[in-house]
Design a protein around this ligand. Sequence first.
Ligand code: AMP
Ligand code: MG
Length: 481
Amino acid sequence: MQGWRLENTYRSLPVLFFSPARPEPVRNPRLILFNRNLAASLGLDADELAKKEHVSIFAGNTLPQGAKPIAQAYAGHQFGNFTVLGDGRAILLGEQMTPAGRRYDIQLKGAGRTSYSRSGDGRATVGPMLREYIISEAMHALGIPTTRSLAVAGTGEWVRRGTALPGAVLTRVADSHIRVGTFEWAAAQGGEPAVKALLAYSIQRHYPGCADAGNPAAAFFDAVVERQASLIAQWLLVGFIHGVMNTDNMAISGETIDYGPCAFMNEFDPETVFSSIDHQGRYAYGNQSAIAQWNLARLAETLLSLFHDREEEAIEWANAAIARFQDRFENDWLAGMRAKLGLLTQEDGDHGLADGLLAWMKQARADWTLTFRLLPAARTAPGAVSDDPAFTEWRTRWLDRLRRQPPESPVPPLMQRSNPAVIPRNHKVEEALAAAVDGDDLPLNRLLEALTRPWEETSSNEPFREPPPASACGYKTFCGT
Ligand code: AMP
Ligand code: MG
């Protein structure tokens, strides 16, 4: 017994939302990574599935029991331009029902061509699929809502990407794969009836409380806004840059999805961009909350007629709802910043205090993760973070502020659990990927091990806590590879 309990409720939507698809078998599958803990939490038999013969499931050669595979249709605004897309290289096997009664999409990414592939080959390569596994699991360990990674299977086939690269299939686990772009597809292809069907499905699956609201569409939109605002605040607090926040890469569930050119920032600069194709800095670190609101406005456009009979009033309501993003975002960001600074109480000047530190960090090109991690030590050791007079001045303000709150004992633990020691640093990720592509999985496994406990400082995770050497500057990431 492998433990599959797959349902296929997405197929109950009108046919315009999906096409039946079959994973294309691959020549020589090999299990590169398998996430035993995740498997167990899904109700799967991890020992059984880790056996060599079952790699065929994670490579797309055999379907798990109950799977009725489809590719999902969607559209999206990519860098601001509307495009019709769909799963060109991903196939949804079904929805796993867990012992706890939760429903998760099980999707194979890189499983071959679908009716939405256009000129693409439907395949993915080992490097980027391992990268998605590493970073999504790191985000999960940091407590940030995210899709997860159950397995990476090498295909034993070559994929053409300029040069020939080894192919791989990632098994992705998600609350769902409904995107802002799925609503855009519904509106463009099927108009109001299609939007209504998708809305009813999304509410039932992700926001059941909205079904009983006076206006379920409005309640749903408010709830999506809230979750996105909370998510983006969490990204910023750990220095995460998604890199390609197109509307097709924004999940209605509020999970981080589609790990392409994402990366964690080292030196703090709000204009940081890693993606090689983001020339304008549209998806820069400091732009992410504004872009999320832009994306939510595209979602609102698909729902306008459901918000209100009169268009003008619908638009006015939608604008007000999007404006609430900012409140929630700032509230969550500030609450997170207070925790990072060890503040147990609230004062009006706290935002300014945080901004003061960020201003110094930017000017000093201070490492985001390390600066916050060293702060607890800087309470007693003046030079623990920096001897720069500008930092020293800020430190005095901060210590004064700490003195105005009740003493004290919870401060260091609060700061420890709000400021991770280990993040997937780009140079370490690249090192692990390069070794794995060459057949040496040890650095990859060490990295994954360190990332599962990001708050701990141990001798074995020490190499993963260091900022990159200066030679690693100018890091670039690539999409769609
Ligand atoms: P992404 O950049 O991964 O968000 O993908 C954007 C769109 O391109 C999605 O519709 C993908 O399914 C599609 N796509 C990306 N790579 C491929 C590929 N190798 N073959 C077919 N479709 C692809
Ligand atoms: Mg995508």
